[in-house]
Ligand binder design. Structure first.
Ligand SMILES: [Zn+2]
Length: 66
């Protein structure tokens, strides 16, 4: 919550922290916008795999209890 408030006040680029540019909000440049997009795309692909692994680990944790 506190982080969001600070980001709104300063409007800093979430990638490099420099002041955001009107043209590339919320980023400071097209380059940083591309970096964020790439992060997003790789995150979308990574999420399902991570969730599956976590669920498997929890199930294995439950078994030895009994
Ligand atoms: Zn930037």
């Amino acid at each position: 919550m506190a982080v969001m408030a600070v980001a709104e006040k300063r409007k800093a680029c979430p990638i490099c922290g420099k002041p955001a540019d009107e043209l590339f909000r919320p980023f400071c440049s097209k380059r940083c916008a591309d970096v964020d997009l790439n992060r997003w795309l790789s995150g979308v692909y990574a999420v399902p795999v991570t969730e599956d692994e976590e669920e498997d680990e929890r199930r294995e944790d439950d078994k030895p209890t009994s």
